[in-house]
Design a binder for this molecule. Structure first.
Ligand SMILES: CC(C)(COP(=O)(O)OP(=O)(O)OC[C@H]1O[C@@H](n2cnc3c(N)ncnc32)[C@H](O)[C@@H]1OP(=O)(O)O)[C@@H](O)C(=O)NCCC(=O)NCCS
Length: 399
């Protein structure tokens, strides 16, 4: 049995059929197999590893070289996708072996973070991943936006197909990447699939010629749903411009749905807006994302609070050893060696998921202890809380 990296063309006969069996309607038609070739360009720069025995592919896993914002710093992130094992070869440790090698290689290439959408979070918790918030789906009637119809707003919107406006969309998501904690985007070769499929409308808000907000959407039918993706708005004016455009669909669709980060409160947008906000998390196909640090160096230089604590990292393949996390200057400094114990700073023992939960801002240190992701004194918890104030990440990319 061997693990090896497959090249682009080999995906057609190795990883793609396994993924199709795992994630699609099956048995597939011959026509579906023909479509595989069309996906090759969008997988071009992925790292795909397979387990093989006697020429048969038993398991596959891929990593997409992405970028993600953590507390203001944009870092290389390995997006794990397409994890699947042949139905006759499951529970034999194949994916464990594949993930170890895949993350080893991505880490060696400089990816300091990793994220994925799990079929079952406990499976990836064993690999040090911790849960991130699920996006919220917001539903309302365009009739409830009628107060916006005649609002005189500074700025304008542009409406076009994504195929034509893609470059503005990409530029704006790049801007969000720089500004929003947790935000992640695909590499160019993968992202252009949105442009090439050309299945969405693109609406952009603009002010003085600059794009200040963007959303993609589709309409399923007359009297149906205007289904939008993530409402990306750099400021309240941009958001209101986008909503004003949706208001003009009052006689066309019954409802508007859109995606929002967990910390957005649409009930505060307008008076008399009846709105349903939902996050549904279910196994295996409505997952909240998960993420982890692959290297403790990801923390160096992050803007943090003024805490000072020594951490011992335990139980992980990629994060080990101990160091002092010093945020007294407002920028996190990693101190190792004898200097890390000088002055006997409070100490916490953390798993990979524990330190990841704190860095991503999703758990309080006390919750890290309660969840079995670390042990620490009250003083160490206080310092960790000062270093890593809660800050909800918004992953955005869906893979
Ligand atoms: C999920 C899947 C990829 C697991 O692959 P696998 O090769 O059977 O996994 P492994 O044998 O390497 O399992 C690694 C560990 O997780 C455990 N495990 C495997 N499947 C599990 C499950 N469904 N729930 C909980 N634990 C599981 C194994 O027992 C093993 O534990 P161990 O380390 O203590 O021995 C495979 O069942 C599959 O292809 N499913 C359909 C597609 C899918 O859901 N993919 C995941 C997308 S995120």
């Amino acid at each position: 049995m061997t693990i090896r990296r497959v090249n682009a063309e080999e995906r057609l006969t190795t990883s793609f059929p396994l993924q199709a069996y795992a994630f699609e309607t099956s048995p597939r038609s011959a026509a579906r197999a023909e479509e595989f070739r069309d996906y090759l360009p969008y997988n071009e720069g992925n790292r795909t590893l397979v387990v093989e025995e006697n020429g048969v592919t038993l398991a596959a896993a891929s990593a997409i070289p992405m970028r993600q914002n953590v507390r203001g710093e944009v870092l290389p992130m390995a997006g794990v996708a397409g994890v699947a094992t042949h139905p006759l070869a499951r529970r034999q440790g194949h994916v464990r072996g594949l993930l170890h090698q895949l993350l080893d290689e991505m880490r060696d290439e400089g990816h300091q973070l990793s994220a994925l959408y799990p079929f079952r979070p406990s499976f990836y918790a064993r690999f040090g991943y911790v849960g991130l918030p699920a996006p919220r789906t917001v539903t309302f009637s365009p009739a409830d936006l009628d107060g916006l119809l005649r609002a005189d707003l500074p700025g304008e919107v542009r409406w076009e197909r994504i195929g034509g406006g893609y470059q503005d969309w990409r530029t704006f998501t790049e801007r969000c990447l720089g500004e929003r904690h947790g935000f992640a985007i695909f590499p160019g070769y993968r992202d252009v699939g949105l442009r090439d499929r050309d299945e969405h409308w693109l609406l952009t808000a603009r002010s003085g010629g600059t794009v200040t907000g963007a959303v993609i959407y589709r309409i399923d039918d007359h009297g149906g749903t205007l289904a939008a993706g993530d409402l990306l708005a750099g400021d309240p004016v941009a958001r209101t411009l986008l909503l004003q455009f949706f208001a003009r669909h009052v006689d066309q669709v019954e409802r508007v749905t859109l995606q929002l980060p967990a910390d957005e409160l649409p009930e505060l947008w307008l008076t008399d807006l009846a709105v349903h906000v939902e996050a549904r998390v279910a196994r295996p196909n409505a997952a909240a994302p998960m993420a982890r640090l692959l290297s403790v160096d990801a923390l160096a230089g992050l803007p943090v609070g003024p805490g000072r604590v020594r951490v011992e990292l335990t139980g992980d393949r990629w994060l080990a050893g101990s160091c002092l996390l010093d945020g007294t200057t407002g920028t996190l400094e990693l101190v190792t060696g004898a200097a890390a114990t000088a002055g006997s700073p409070p100490t916490a023992t953390l798993t990979a998921a524990g330190i990841s939960a704190l860095a991503y801002g999703v758990l309080d240190p006390v919750e890290v202890g309660l969840r079995g992701l670390g042990t620490m004194s009250t003083d160490a918890a206080t310092e960790l809380r000062r270093l890593f104030p809660r800050q909800l990440p918004y992953l955005f990319a869906d893979f």
